[in-house]
Design a binder for this molecule. Structure first.
Ligand SMILES: Nc1ncnc2c1ncn2[C@@H]1O[C@H](COP(=O)(O)OP(=O)(O)O)[C@@H](O)[C@H]1O
Ligand SMILES: [Mg+2]
Length: 221
């Protein structure tokens, strides 16, 4: 798997273009939109979901006005990650998976890492963790996920490891400590996340994430 830490950051910059913290040109919204449509041609944006979707787009494009729609109720900050929670089937995973694909396309073609982040579901992570415990030669290490950006899908759907260890809670704690951006999609609300992983996680959610509640009708019906 490609790890965001191993990707070379292009040092090419031009004084005339806006640069982000990695000294890369900022990805334009035109390029982003073209690639988003390429990777998700069937994805419908309509009045009921557009405010959330556009806020997320603006966040990834590093636009300081990304919360103009006011969908983030805690303090909106481009330096935090994103936690999107809410109803089943509204498009949370599809949205982030598509942005992940867009980011992969861009990093492959241009080495610009602005939109690049690895993705994993919490259930996959737990399965890989189990496998690595059984096969010490496995190259999976939870610590490898402590750094760099990360998209974690389905937070709270995973079991406790061996019925006792909350490895995802540990992962969140370690990532918060290191101040890396995490993107989370989940059906659990912040109180349920706090109840499950503990107050030491719950207390940190607002400083770690721009928190967005996404309600709506399921596309699965
Ligand atoms: N904006 C959309 N337009 C069309 N289909 C969508 C849209 N969002 C989601 N879907 C479809 O609905 C289903 C559920 O979406 P998903 O992203 O898994 O929801 P969630 O992660 O919020 O539970 C998927 O099959 C997906 O392709
Ligand atoms: Mg989902």
């Amino acid at each position: 798997m490609i790890n965001s830490n191993t990707i070379l950051v292009s040092s090419k910059t031009s004084a005339s273009v806006k640069v982000n913290s990695h000294h890369q040109s900022l990805i334009t919204k035109q390029l982003f939109w073209k690639l988003f449509r390429f990777h998700a041609p069937q994805f419908i944006i309509k009045p009921e979901n557009k405010e959330i979707i556009y806020s997320v787009f603006r966040y990834f494009l590093h636009q300081p006005d990304f919360n103009d729609y006011g969908v983030i109720k805690n303090k909106a900050d481009l330096d935090k990650g994103l936690l999107v929670y809410g109803d089943y089937g509204v498009g949370k995973s599809t949205l982030f998976n598509t942005i992940h694909e867009v980011g992969r396309t861009i990093v492959t073609k241009t080495q610009n890492t602005q939109l690049w982040f690895p993705r994993i579901s919490t259930i996959d992570m737990l399965n890989q963790y189990y496998k690595s415990q059984k096969h010490p030669s496995s190259n999976f290490k939870l610590e490898n996920y402590y750094r760099g950006k990360l998209y974690l899908d389905d937070l709270g759907k995973e079991d406790k490891a061996y019925n006792r260890e909350e490895i995802i809670g540990k992962l969140l704690f370690e990532r918060h400590h290191r101040k890396f951006k995490t993107f989370v999609t989940t059906n659990e609300n912040p109180s349920a996340i706090t109840a499950r992983y503990g107050n030491h996680i719950g207390d940190r959610l607002p400083e770690m994430f721009n928190i967005i509640k996404w309600e709506g009708k399921s596309w699965r019906e």
